[in-house]
Design a protein around this ligand. Structure first.
Ligand SMILES: [Zn+2]
Length: 97
């Protein structure tokens, strides 16, 4: 009898611990939102062709911009996607000639 009560109690504690852990992860997840992307590629009106490369926080980047990592941004700019003249991502990427 006592043993089964202890087992139940142990299970309940485990369950509470598990619930608390999940709650912790959830609140931590909300705190640690992914940071704004470091680089942006702005897509043209057609929805396909990239028209500008931007630094992530560029204020002239259009709504059609999507976040890319440094490698993707570097490739876009070296492959001829124009660098935005406001934020000069080519300078940041070290490809300015
Ligand atoms: Zn820009």
């Amino acid at each position: 009898m006592l043993r089964s009560l202890e087992r139940d109690l142990w299970r309940t504690r485990r369950w509470i611990e598990e619930a608390e852990r999940r709650e912790d992860e959830r609140t931590r997840g909300e705190r640690e939102r992914p940071p704004a992307p470091e680089w942006l590629i702005e897509i043209g009106l057609g929805g396909r062709a990239p028209v500008y490369g931007h630094v992530g926080e560029c204020h002239v980047a259009g709504k059609r911009s999507r976040g890319v990592d440094r490698g993707q941004a570097l490739r876009a700019v070296t492959e001829g996607v124009p660098a935005c003249t406001h934020c000069r991502p080519d300078t940041g990427l070290g490809v300015l000639k």
